[in-house]
Design a protein around this ligand. Structure first.
Ligand SMILES: [Zn+2]
Length: 681
């Protein structure tokens, strides 16, 4: 029997919603959808999906996500990577940027949010047109269009995604990494590493042209194969017109970019490519390393198809197979209504030049390439063959250039700003970027950028004080710390180095110690967060390169749980660092006083904190008053006179009172007393 999960008492205020219970109820439903989908039980999947759509808690979560996570980037590029530019986005840009749809609503008040939950019909079969906004591409003059749905549609899309995602997560292929829960671009890169660390191979590096705009609607709806109401709703979203200014454009193809559900729909459309190519390759004649012909399983294993959103690579050691694979891919993409971008497609070899093509390729801001090693430095493969090459995955040249230009721009823009503001801005960009490349061979590149930035800052100081000498400038902007004489700092905040959280591991080899970049552990092939193995997933979250070091440290302390509600963090949750004792109530910045909370839990905690702060301020006020009182008293004490009476000091009042004569008399007495007691000893 399926239980209904309506809350028992009527909820009248937004803050009464029991979020912990809501998350648990929705997640357990999602787990059941996932399980049912795994065993291909379509009936149960649909029944559970309908139940989820009707659930009050699911609606509440959908409205919360639509309201607070409605930033362009956060649902555009889920793991903080821009799919268009293939570059990481600085962490702080990922939150808070809100854009309104055609209803003009950017955010809702708690009261409106509750009203929306109660009035939200999960599947209406209709959709308002989306508003087109143009987002500038970072570092370029070009702009790209985004369609922003209205708040209500956004909430409805969130709700539909809650229901559809677990069903499809159970089916998706192991080597698709973009826009999926629990998977990031680092998993894609690690998959490439695994494919290439033991062999040299030919590579097809390709992009799918305008995948968001061109997907064939009929094909997608047929593939979705869902119940009629959901089909009508998805169709309405796909066909929703685009409003630009006051003109309405119909949308014939594609999914509106900017909708919460679009990445999922695009992934569904491209689902099956990997399997198709693996099936195709089974019909080919391929010889193994020993010259013997391979069997079906080994043939499928010999080719790797790794896809991140619209970007994919196919890796195989035969050039012929790779060239044919391109044709096969093109054929397959035709039914989806897509094609490969010819100008961004190339064949290459991992180690050698292929005609005019340089060895290696770029993927998600990384450069993947093998370098020849001398035979004395050669390693051995698992088959004990000598391997006269080594695979290096580095930040790509374009990514480095773009990053340095970004840093230089910041320095130029802060010509007249205080040093503190400049350092804070630089630090946040450096931290995000170096975190992203933490697991690549980036040590030298990091040092080089630090070096370039140093010279840029020297110029910056020169321009600020053209008439001053370095005797003045150096101590004004740079400080000495340990052996570093050039620490860019104003005394309160320091400029961090790229290498700061890049801890190379010492690897003991036959020839001695060798420094190695830290290793990223790839997600297990067919695992999904919906399988309910929360410990596996929360421990992965701590190692996610997109999470700053401080936060991942706290995650480890808290064993992946939010300290307020006790639920495990999921990747789409927004985590915030909280002071257990608020800093306004005397708390400090040490790790002992910090904790990670969900953003919504943080909001709740802040409300109780306010009381604590008020209490603390009251106390502070009281102690302050007490202190001034005591100070006054002390002053009187010190100005007063003391006498020794039988070895005990006795206070006999102040000097400046009206009874001056009396005291003077007593002073005289005291002196005699002191003298006598002194001589008596
Ligand atoms: Zn929480």
């Amino acid at each position: 029997m399926i239980k209904s999960n309506r809350p028992k008492s009527r909820i009248e205020y937004w803050h009464q919603i029991p979020w912990k219970r809501a998350e648990k109820v929705v997640f357990s439903l999602q787990k059941r959808i996932y399980q049912a989908s795994l065993r291909d039980d379509v009936k149960v999947v649909r029944r559970l999906q309908k139940l989820l759509l009707r659930s009050f808690f699911a609606k509440a979560i959908a409205v919360r996500r639509a309201g607070m996570g409605a930033s362009i980037q956060s649902y555009q590029c889920w793991p903080q990577i821009d799919p268009i530019n293939k570059a990481p986005i600085p962490a702080q840009d990922n939150q808070g940027k809100k854009t309104a749809g055609i209803d003009g609503v950017k955010s809702l008040t708690p009261k409106q949010r509750l009203e929306l939950i109660n009035s939200l019909v999960p599947l209406t079969g209709k959709s308002d047109p989306v508003r087109r906004v143009w987002i500038p591409k970072p570092g370029k003059d070009e702009k790209r269009p985004l369609g922003i749905p209205t708040m209500e549609d956004r909430a409805r899309q969130c709700l539909a995604k809650l229901a559809l995602e677990p069903e499809w997560e159970a089916r998706f292929e192991p080597n698709s990494y973009g826009f999926r829960p629990g998977r990031s671009c680092h998993d894609a890169i690690e998959a490439i590493f695994i494919a290439l660390c033991q062999k040299t191979a030919y590579i097809l590096d390709a992009d799918i042209a305008k995948w968001f705009d061109r997907i064939n609607h009929q094909y997608l709806l047929n593939k979705l194969n869902t119940f009629p109401a959901m089909r009508r709703q998805v169709k309405a979203w796909l066909k929703a017109g685009i409003l630009e200014g006051k003109k309405l454009f119909p949308s014939e193809n594609g999914t509106p970019q900017g909708g919460v559900i679009s990445p999922l729909l695009a992934n569904i459309a491209l689902h099956g490519l990997e399997t198709h190519i693996k099936e195709w390759v089974k019909g080919k004649r391929i010889k193994g390393a020993t010259g013997r012909r391979l069997g079906g399983v080994n043939k499928a294993r010999s080719i790797s198809v790794i896809r991140y959103a619209d970007d994919f690579v196919i890796i195989h050691k035969d050039l012929e197979i790779i060239k044919e694979a391109k044709e096969v891919t093109q054929e397959w993409l035709k039914q989806v209504g897509l094609e490969i971008k010819p100008e961004k497609t190339r064949f290459c070899h991992s180690l050698n030049r292929l005609e005019n093509e340089k060895p290696g390729f770029n993927f998600l801001g990384f450069n993947v390439r093998q370098y020849p090693t001398g035979k004395h430095h050669a390693n051995k493969t698992s088959n004990r063959e000598i391997k006269p090459y080594t695979l290096h995955i580095k930040p790509s040249k374009e990514a480095i250039d773009r990053h340095y230009r970004c840093l230089a721009d910041i320095v130029d823009k802060h010509k007249a700003a205080p040093q503190k503001a400049l350092i804070a801005k630089l630090n946040s960009v450096i931290r995000g970027w170096s975190n992203y490349y933490r697991y690549s061979v980036a040590s030298e590149i990091f040092s080089k950028i630090d070096h370039l930035l140093h010279y840029k800052l020297i110029k910056w100081a020169d321009k600020r004080h053209p008439n001053k000498t370095w005797k003045f400038k150096k101590p004004k902007y740079w400080r000495t710390k340990g052996s570093n004489n050039w620490l860019f700092s104003d005394g309160t905040i320091e400029l961090i180095k790229h290498k700061q959280n890049y801890d190379e591991t010492e690897k003991v080899t036959k020839k001695g110690h060798k420094k190695q970049p830290p290793k990223y552990v790839k997600v297990k092939d067919v695992k999904s967060p919906f399988d309910g193995e929360t410990i596996y997933w929360s421990s992965r979250l701590g190692k996610n390169p997109n999470i700053p070091t401080g936060k991942s440290k706290l995650l480890k302390y808290q064993k992946g749980k939010c300290s307020y509600c006790g639920l495990y963090f999921k990747e789409e949750d927004i985590m915030e660092t909280d002071h257990i004792i608020p800093s306004k109530a005397g708390g400090n910045n040490s790790y002992k006083n910090l904790q990670l909370l969900h953003r919504h839990c943080h909001d709740k905690k802040t409300a109780t904190d306010l009381k604590l702060i008020a209490q603390y301020q009251q106390q502070k006020e009281l102690t302050k008053r007490m202190k001034t009182m005591f100070n006054k008293f002390d002053k009187q004490f010190l100005q007063g006179q003391w006498v020794w009476v039988d070895d005990i000091p006795v206070w006999i009042g102040t000097n400046d009172n009206s009874h001056a004569s009396e005291e003077r008399y007593e002073v005289k007495v005291s002196r005699t007393v002191l003298k006598t007691s002194g001589s008596g000893d």
